[in-house]
Design a protein. Structure first.
Length: 248
């Protein structure tokens, strides 16, 4: 990667691998849960798997890349200058690629009867028929905003949780899944939605899982950058690319 330092290259690779394992484990939990007990038990399994999956992925990539594992988080960090734009774009490409590889691997190691057909293939996201697209979009915006607020206040702020930030982020993702799975599937992460959509070739509601998280992340990023800083708060982290600084 011309123009990227060795640390930058390691960070991009970490984002690829971290997202790949998170999506594989998260979608794998959906496939396993829906192919088994279903109902309330499936919801609990899916929520816990995604919460623990992101907690682990963020924890082991934090000191290498900042532990984004989510294009929406990376987009917010670009806006607030916590990561250089070129490196942030590389992160996003790596995250989408990692998600695609994860869904391909899941397809290769699970039987057809578990993978499903149509909406929801390979643990993909789709809207509940009982809600309108605009309602699903709003839910994804709100849930992503909540997640990004947690990221900023626990991982970016100097007064955050430091090495314990992945715990708060994992709990936030778990809580989001308990709330949003019955309605939208609880994406809040375009890469998580992209992998199954690409490999399963199911794009019906994908725009919601791209636009919703992006809008939610941008709202929080602009608030953080242009309102919170104007209050003179000294808890903001230095404007240092996440890949070049340990997780706070």
């Amino acid at each position: 990667m011309d123009g990227f330092s060795r640390n930058d290259q390691r960070a991009v690779l970490a984002e690829f691998l971290g997202t790949m394992f998170f999506v594989f484990l998260g979608t794998g939990a959906v496939v396993a849960a829906l192919g088994g007990a279903g109902g309330d038990a499936a919801l609990v399994a899916i929520a816990i798997a995604h919460g623990l999956g992101i907690l682990t992925a963020v924890a082991w990539t934090a000191n290498v890349s900042g532990g984004h594992i989510n294009p929406a988080v990376t987009l917010a960090m670009i806006v607030t200058k916590n990561i250089k734009a070129a490196l942030g774009v590389a992160y996003i490409v790596a995250q989408f690629a990692g998600a695609a590889v994860a869904s391909l691997l899941l397809m290769l190691v699970t039987g057809d009867e578990f993978e499903g057909e149509g909406p929801g293939t390979l643990g993909g996201h789709f809207l509940n028929d009982a809600i309108k697209p605009v309602e699903g979009l709003g839910l994804e915006i709100i849930c992503t905003a909540f997640l990004v607020v947690v990221v900023y206040n626990t991982a970016v702020s100097k007064k955050g949780w430091g090495i314990n930030a992945p715990i708060a982020i994992g709990l936030a993702v778990m809580l989001i899944h308990f709330v949003a799975v019955p309605f939208t599937g609880a994406s809040v992460n375009p890469a998580r939605s992209f992998g199954p959509a690409l490999v399963g070739n199911e794009w019906g509601d994908f725009w919601i899982y791209l636009v919703g998280p992006a809008v939610g992340a941008l709202i929080v990023a602009f608030f953080w950058e242009y309102f919170w800083k104007s209050m003179g708060d000294d808890s903001l982290a230095d404007e240092t690319p996440a890949a070049e600084a340990p997780a706070r």
